[in-house]
Design a protein around this ligand. Sequence first.
Ligand code: TXA
Ligand code: MG
Length: 324
Amino acid sequence: METRLLTSHSDDLVQAAGILSAGGLVAMPTETVYGLAADATNDSAVARIFDAKGRPRFNPLIVHLGDVAQIDSFARMTPLARQLAQAFWPGPLTLVLPLTPDAALSPLVTAGLDSVAIRLPAHPIARAVLAAFGGPLAAPSANPSGRISPVSATHVLDGLAGRIDAVIDGGHCAVGLESTIVDARGEHPRLLRAGGVACEALEAALGQPVQSHAGDQITAPGQMRSHYAPRGTIRLNADTAEADEIWVGFGPDTGSRKDQRPPKGLNLSEAGDLTEAAARLFHILHDADALAGPEGKIAFAPVPEMGLGRAINDRLRRAAAPRS
Ligand code: TXA
Ligand code: MG
């Protein structure tokens, strides 16, 4: 299959919606990362997502909607969900909600769970595609399963060219990290995945603490320990790089390699800005992977565990985890 490269022109977006209506796969930019979209009501279209990505079938997908009014046909909004939706939608927040019994969704989307993850993306291209398509789109990140998430159309093509119908080139993703996932089924929010909305922002909007499920515990079914992985190995919280390592700094670099000053390497944010570091993280992982090669080594400077730093560290820990 040849993967078509589409632009953000309205003709191309209408074409993208046509491909989706016909059961095809289209990678589209969102403000977080590129998503691999398919008609969430069409079993064979959703099955093609799993095949294209090599994704385990038990890992459920996020349903993307253009309009909050569409939710009622799939899920029940809780008071907590309403509060979060008001504050953060459209945007990089996914809510896990109770699935309605007669929901018109392929069961592959929810992997047989009685809950469903829903997001209203803010990116104008994603919104235009959703509006033209007119229904729910299932969309995981547009990368082969377990690999680094794509934040440009080139990243998508590097991983999935020939396996999907089209990719819409919308430039770089502004947030650069996947959405924050919150289980909003109960009275109290539970953080299932740190992401583009910082936990502190959730707490400020809700006026209550957000229970976090950090560490190794797999809470969202897709939170595999090894994920976002480059081909080589990663060492975290390094003070300096060894001679055979690619260095990735954070903040002003004062000497990344014992033998080289000024330092040579990459930097998540020379200013030590966590928002900038989040936006650059997957670019840097892709670049470091290309520089280091298949057996290469990459050393990361410590990133503070606060704000978006938590999501960055979550992705880095998974990228560094032993492969299963
Ligand atoms: O920013 C994002 O969220 C991107 C863009 C494309 O929207 N999408 C994304 O999808 O990151 P994906 O498939 O890579 O991650 C979806 C996560 C998985 O960890 C999955 O297990 C979790 O959402 N998930 C989906 N449905 C769930 C459910 N009902 N309960 C708990 N977790 C769920
Ligand atoms: Mg993913």
